[in-house]
Design a protein around this ligand. Sequence first.
Ligand code: URA
Ligand code: SF4
Length: 197
Amino acid sequence: MDSKLEIIRRSVIECTKCELCKTRTNSVPGKGNFQSDVIFVGEAPGRNEDQLGEPFVGIAGQRLVLALQDAGISRESVYITNVVKCRPPNNRVPTISERGTCRDYLEKEISIIKPKIICILGNTAFNSILGGSEITKYRGKIVKKNNQFYFLTVHPAATIYNQELISVLKEDINKLFGLIRELKNNKQISIDIDYPT
Ligand code: URA
Ligand code: SF4
């Protein structure tokens, strides 16, 4: 593993910067290939993640892996993380303050890995990273902000309650890896939302 990422991982494991440290079992640092072209960003750990100290290892994780497999991609080949690294009690949505306090870790993960594209999973990540809302309206779209590409899709957990969304997630993940191939071949990709810089 990259040594700078290892330092972040240790800081996350020991972190007591917000109240969530009091109720967690384990913090959940990002995990995966530090040379990945894409970082997937979810909301926060759930029960299974809190128990194991790894991101997306529960049912939501199974859904994400299913969509990745559909695109011929293994979970080990990508990097997966969350906006907030400790589980909020009863899986409530992390507060603005908790997200703000934890933000530095995500920013560091991004600046070390330098992904070609960041895949935003669901509304909390959309709101925290780009100030957006209504992911179902914007999913499948490509955003460019401060010279970084983002791709928007639904949260894998949403596919548990709404079976139709699994095909949506698969379609989006397939599109995402198509875009990554184009970026690697230095092709222009068409941006849906270009933030003014
Ligand atoms: N949901 C998330 O947002 N992240 C996880 O790691 C697991 C479930
Ligand atoms: Fe630290 Fe983030 Fe965990 Fe809060 S959620 S204790 S800021 S790692």
